[in-house]
Design a binder for this molecule. Structure first.
Ligand SMILES: *[C@@H]1O[C@H](CO)[C@@H](O)[C@H](O)[C@H]1NC(C)=O
Ligand SMILES: *[C@@H]1O[C@H](CO)[C@@H](O)[C@H](O)[C@H]1NC(C)=O
Ligand SMILES: *[C@@H]1O[C@H](CO)[C@@H](O)[C@H](O)[C@H]1NC(C)=O
Ligand SMILES: *[C@@H]1O[C@H](CO)[C@@H](O)[C@H](O)[C@H]1NC(C)=O
Length: 293
């Protein structure tokens, strides 16, 4: 499903408003079909015995609005999928990924360990944008987490630096009217934006300083779009022997997806499932123009 369709659904569900960070959010938005992710079910059984999959959302998003449709899709296909909202400066944590990434990395790591312990085996990670950065940063810096990760898939991660305003602009591509409502409210709270910034960000420097980004035992994949103008492929790719760098257009030439669409594109969903299972699944290619960025 494309962002534009999701936006249309969102706009169709306007109702009265609740208040988050001093801005009004029509509560109908929160009941739209694009909203929400299945609850974490630690007793889930995947009939095919695949690794549990942990989804890690993007900047200024949450488990309910980013990678959530992939979450629903994979759950329907029998996968055991887990996610949490991390890095939220507000309670309830409706909008996450904003606090300092070195701090939220601890929450992300603890959640990965919790899933691995409860499930008793290795886990796979799939992260989008800032979540993709965490997908690489957390195993790089937490050896106990690296030990339990099998596959790590990052969608458009800003590994080699991004610009503050470019990243805060990311939520402009979430379904309307969230972007305009949250724009001014979030910018002053966004420590994570600075962490990924060129030259000064802690996370940017940690990647730059590290002799190897992906620990040897992890099979990693970076998925990128040539039409991503927020985080271009050369900012995302990691050239190491255990990392595959995949450009969506090499699989689906007509999918002109932008940065936010990496989470919604069914082309990307197929590539993710192929990488997780180390076998080619039949790809259903999305196509069309980027909605934004
Ligand atoms: C990266 O390396 C530089 C220079 O060696 C050092 O000053 C800085 O503290 C390091 N930063 C991180 C986040 O590792
Ligand atoms: C990526 O490419 C853009 C445009 O060609 C360039 O401005 C930028 O410096 C490159 N970044 C890296 C990390 O190579
Ligand atoms: C994934 O890991 C397996 C086992 O370590 C290895 O045989 C395989 O080549 C790896 N695949 C990639 C694409 O790195
Ligand atoms: C999940 O998404 C794929 C790719 O678009 C689609 O072919 C499949 O039917 C979806 N599965 C379910 C259960 O909706």
């Amino acid at each position: 499903m494309r962002t534009s369709q999701i936006m249309a659904l969102a706009l169709a569900t306007r109702a009265t408003a609740i208040n988050i960070l001093g801005v009004s959010i029509p509560d109908g938005l929160l009941t739209g079909t694009w909203y929400g992710a299945p609850a974490n079910d630690f007793d889930c059984i995947d009939p095919q015995g695949r690794n549990p999959v942990i989804l890690i959302h993007a900047l200024s998003a949450s488990r309910e609005v980013d990678l959530n449709l992939l979450h629903k899709n994979m759950t329907s296909e029998g996968w055991c999928v887990f996610s949490q909202t991390y890095g939220s400066p507000i309670d309830p944590p409706l909008v996450g990924g904003l606090t300092e990434m070195t701090e939220s990395a601890k929450d992300v790591g603890a959640f990965i360990l919790e899933v691995a312990q409860k499930r008793g085996g290795k886990v796979d990670l799939v992260g989008h944008s800032e979540g993709g950065v965490q997908t690489l940063y957390v195993p790089m810096t937490q050896p106990d987490v690296a030990y339990v990760v099998d596959h790590a898939i990052a969608l458009g991660p800003a590994v080699h630096g991004a610009h503050y305003f470019g990243l805060t602009d990311y939520f402009q591509s979430l379904p309307a009217p969230i972007p305009s409502l949250l724009n001014d409210a979030i910018k002053p709270l966004c420590a994570a934006c600075v962490d990924m910034e060129n030259n000064v960000g802690d996370i940017f420097l940690a990647f730059k300083n590290s002799s190897k980004i992906v620990p040897d035992k992890i099979n990693a994949t970076i998925i990128m779009s040539n039409y991503d103008t927020l985080v271009s492929p050369n900012v995302s790719r990691v050239d190491e022997p255990n990392v595959q760098n995949l450009i969506v257009q090499n699989f689906c030439p007509d999918d002109h997806l932008g940065h936010a669409d990496l989470a919604w594109s069914e082309s990307v969903w197929g590539i993710i499932k192929s990488q997780l299972q180390e076998e080619n699944v039949h790809l259903i290619c999305d196509n069309g123009l980027p909605f934004r960025k």
